[in-house]
Design a protein around this ligand. Structure first.
Ligand code: PBG
Length: 335
């Protein structure tokens, strides 16, 4: 009795999965410490580590504490830190003048990292929300609408002050039109031609930013306000490509897609279309959701985080900005 050929699978994809050695051989993507950007919130004062309630494991750090963490980043080999200043209420204003104070908190933080942990790249956030009394990313008119071109003038001053302090990468996260071109022009004019621009090109008006707004204290100021008139509609995908195309044309060196995991389709489309350095921001809400579930014992935190990072790589992200950066760097060393 002859066995018909068709009774056995012709192809057995499980063969390569049987042993660890061959799973390793056929693995298509890998996460390394080189993929990480570590965001840090900074505050005034000394010896301060204020916990962020909605982000367990994340603190607002005074500069002396930042110095310790920057040295730790350097030891771990984390390529870059992204700075987010938490600005005191008295320093906020309608026109956000504090944003370009050469001795402002962000500017001092840049200088400190560049002197204490010079191998670590410093990325600064270019946006006005920590500095405005109303928590919007720009300067508003009487009706509360963010005025584009006046805001861009201030963003240029802010970006220049960061470059002058020694920032390696300025990262406009405000979503105003034309700001990349204006900032690039100003950097060239002021002889900061090697200061890179990381553009938050595809930044969505997302509910996943909630814990961040608590961390920087803009949630209260923003109140019932929203950012729908400048951040992108989560329903759109082609528009993200349009944004990225313009920012590259205007002089961006790298682009960011934000948030992360719910927007992996955008990461993939951007990377495939433009082949430029494409980063993903694993945002505060994504961090908070994993933390909350892990604290309840419902998920394996490390496994979920590592899988999330790998998913970002698979989608095409060249680097990932994540509040888990230090944990990941340590986990990678333990392996
Ligand atoms: C604002 C800014 C936001 C984040 C980074 N920069 C929030 C917002 O647009 O309101 C969010 C980051 C996060 O949620 O982790 N310029």
């Amino acid at each position: 009795m002859s066995m018909s050929f068709g009774q056995y699978p012709q192809r057995r994809l499980r063969r390569n999965r049987e042993h660890d050695f061959s799973r390793r051989l056929v693995r298509e993507h890998r996460l390394s410490v080189d993929d990480l950007i570590w965001p840090i919130f900074v505050i005034e004062g000394e010896q301060r580590r204020e916990p962020v309630a909605s982000m367990p494991g994340v603190w607002r750090l005074s500069l002396d504490q930042l110095k310790l963490e920057a040295c730790e980043a350097q030891r771990l080999g984390i390529p870059a830190i992204a700075l987010f200043p938490v600005v005191e209420t008295e320093k906020k204003s309608l026109r956000a003048e504090e944003s370009y104070n050469p001795d402002g908190l962000a500017q001092r933080a840049v200088r400190l990292i560049k002197s204490e942990a010079p191998e670590v790249g410093v990325i600064t956030d270019v946006a006005l929300d920590p500095f405005t009394t109303h928590g919007q990313d720009g300067i508003i008119d009487g009706a509360g609408y963010v005025i584009n071109d006046i805001t861009v003038e201030t963003l240029v001053k802010q970006a220049l002050s960061h470059a002058e302090a020694g920032a390696d990468i300025v990262a406009p996260s405000d979503m105003m039109d034309g700001r990349i071109g204006a900032i690039r022009h100003a950097l060239e004019t002021e002889r900061h031609h090697n200061t890179r621009i990381l553009s938050y090109a595809a930044k969505y008006a997302s509910s996943f930013y909630g814990p961040f707004r608590d961390a920087v204290g803009s949630a209260g100021n923003l109140g019932k306000g929203n950012k729908y008139t400048y951040q992108m509609d989560p329903a759109n995908s082609n528009e993200a490509l349009h944004e990225v195309a313009l920012d590259i044309q205007e002089g961006a060196d790298m682009v960011m897609v934000k948030p992360g995991l719910p927007y992996l389709d955008i990461v993939r489309r951007v990377k495939e279309t433009f082949q430029v350095p494409t980063f993903m921001y694993h945002v505060s809400g994504e961090y908070a959701m994993i933390k909350a579930a892990a604290e309840k014992g419902w998920v394996n935190e490390k496994a979920i985080v590592m899988e999330s990072m790998l998913a970002a790589k698979r989608a095409g992200a060249d680097a990932i900005l994540t509040y888990y950066a230090k944990d990941i760097a340590r986990w990678l060393q333990e392996e």
